[in-house]
Design a protein around this ligand. Structure first.
Ligand SMILES: [Zn+2]
Length: 531
């Protein structure tokens, strides 16, 4: 009972992790608590509504304009005002939906943010046209060449050109490797494999012309693509489900390795701003201790501290992966280390209630780079079936929850008074300082451990000395006691000396010869009676 109320700040009911539509899949804060499937339905609905509303607005404004025009010439000003309003509304819509064809042939049709970025790096000003020309050429080539012949390594490298040469060289080597692996893999699927490959190429080409779309729309393209390929494999090629899943993993790896640089933390979103905000927030919370979060992990146990370090490494490593599923795997690995750390500390399997606070603690301790960007990227571009079910989905949902908690962590959820919380947040004082002055928070664990051991030893020494002195005292007490008793006995003996009385007569006479002295009647004399 007490434990429950103590944890009121962190505790999350497991049902809260599920989609709020009640479909049974895992939900996610990024999808407003829906699962991927329900979220897409909601998103579609909202978009349909938006289009409908825009249409109605357009019609209404047109009507108004016509009426205004018909009724009077003097309302010129008002008319242009309404028209400009309509234009403003429409431009939003337009920038999102520039047609692919148009972009195909214009040199620089990138959205505002991208343009600004290009202006910052003047040497990159023109390649837009060349790139598009390249794309067109390649598209044409692709139409006339069988898909297998297209994937020469040099071309893969060329396709992945980017600003920083050194980073880029590495990236293109990876792209190249992944492409080769994908082709190898897909060959084992024979005809369906050829089909998948063609679909992937088509998809990559399509999206390369759709970079101006909002990230949500690009995400939707990817999700649709996953769905279509999986459906095709299942219904058209009758591939068994487990093989479909395997193929889909490879498809995701292939297309996302190539798309990564365009869709991870894109300039058109506020992902980077959110990353910085989370990072700042975590830094401000550096003073939070495991005790405050009720984390059942004791880092004094070397094995546990090992697990904690591994968990932190895993979650930090997530940022270095390019494929959403690889990022997910880092989260899962981290979570398993957390479960182990709890299990060793508690000597019993960890419960879900223990897990979330510990994950929060690990995230606070690790401050993983670009946390929001990574979560967003996974949410947008991972194959949704991975996120909606299974352990990957479960751990991912928990991580999203942990980040949401960190964003709104307050005095109550840490079992602190508001004053203490404020003082810690402003850096006036630190709870660690209050607890022990001797350690600064960044002293390494081994030194801490050693100091603690020394402390224990000196305590032990003290106790030993106390025992020895007590023993000596006891010995002395025993001697004193013996002496005391001896003295007492002697005193009594002195007080009541042993008197040896002379032999009592009566006792002595029993078998003595001295009969006369006995005052007994003389013994009877034998008499002879005549008779
Ligand atoms: Zn759902």
């Amino acid at each position: 009972m007490n434990l429950k109320s103590e944890r009121r700040g962190i505790h999350v009911d497991q049902s809260e992790l599920l989609c709020k539509k009640g479909c049974g899949y895992y939900g996610n804060p990024a999808w407003q608590g829906f699962c991927s499937k329900c979220w897409r339905e909601e998103y579609h609905k909202a978009r349909q509504k938006q289009i409908q509303e825009d249409w109605e607005l357009a019609e209404r404004l047109q009507r108004e304009e016509e009426e205004a025009y018909a009724s009077s010439q003097s309302t010129q000003g008002a008319q242009s005002l309404t028209f400009s309003k309509f234009e403003e509304k429409k431009t939003n819509e337009k920038t999102r939906k520039v047609t692919t064809v148009k972009k195909f042939f214009t040199a620089s049709s990138r959205a505002g943010a991208k343009k600004a970025a290009q202006e910052k790096t003047p040497k990159q000003g023109q390649p837009g046209r060349e790139r598009n020309a390249d794309n067109i050429l390649r598209d044409l080539k692709e139409i006339f060449t069988p898909s297998w012949e297209l994937a020469s390594p040099s071309e893969e490298i060329q396709e992945a050109k980017a600003p920083s040469p050194s980073i880029h060289r590495q990236a293109s080597i990876e792209t190249d490797r992944v492409s080769k692996e994908f082709i190898e893999f897909i060959r084992t699927y024979q005809k369906p494999g050829q089909d998948i490959y063609k679909q992937c190429k088509l998809f990559l080409d399509t999206v390369s012309h759709k970079r101006d779309l909002s990230i949500e729309e690009q995400s939707e393209c990817a999700q649709d693509f996953y769905q279509n390929v999986a459906d095709r494999l299942q219904t058209r090629w009758k591939v068994p489900p487990e093989k479909v899943e395997k193929a889909m993993d490879e498809v995701e790896k292939y297309i996302m390795t190539r798309q990564y640089k365009y869709v991870f933390c894109p300039e058109t979103t506020d992902d980077e701003k959110k990353d910085l905000a989370v990072q700042k927030r975590i830094r401000a919370l550096h003073w939070v201790t495991p005790q405050m979060l009720c984390v059942p992990v004791s880092e004094e146990i070397p094995e546990v501290s090992d697990m904690v370090v591994k968990a932190i490494t895993d979650i930090i490593e997530m940022d270095s992966k390019r494929v959403p599923r690889d990022k997910l795997a880092c989260i899962t690995k981290c979570s398993k280390h957390i479960f182990n750390a709890i299990k060793i500390t508690k000597n019993e399997p960890a419960s879900a209630d223990d897990f979330l606070p510990t994950l929060i603690y690990i995230v606070l301790k690790g401050n993983p780079p670009r946390l929001q960007s990574n979560i967003q990227y996974i949410t947008r571009f991972c194959n949704p079936s991975r996120l909606m079910t299974g352990e990957d989905g479960y751990y991912f949902t928990n991580l999203c929850c942990a980040v949401a908690f960190i964003e709104k962590l307050d005095a109550q959820s840490l079992n602190l008074s508001q004053e203490d919380f404020d003082r810690f947040m402003t850096g006036q004082t630190s709870p660690k300082k209050q607890e022990s002055d001797s350690f600064s928070p960044d002293v390494c664990l081994g030194v801490k451990q050693m100091c603690k051991s020394l402390d224990l030893l000196s305590q032990l020494n003290e106790r030993q000395e106390r025992i020895v002195s007590e023993a000596k005292k006891l010995e002395k007490d025993l001697i004193d006691w013996t002496d005391g008793i001896t003295k007492e006995v002697e005193d009594i003996v002195e007080k009541y000396p042993l008197e040896i009385k002379p032999k009592s007569q009566a006792l002595a006479a029993i078998d003595s010869e001295n009969v006369e002295n006995d005052k007994l009647p003389p013994p009877l004399q034998p008499q002879v009676y005549a008779g």
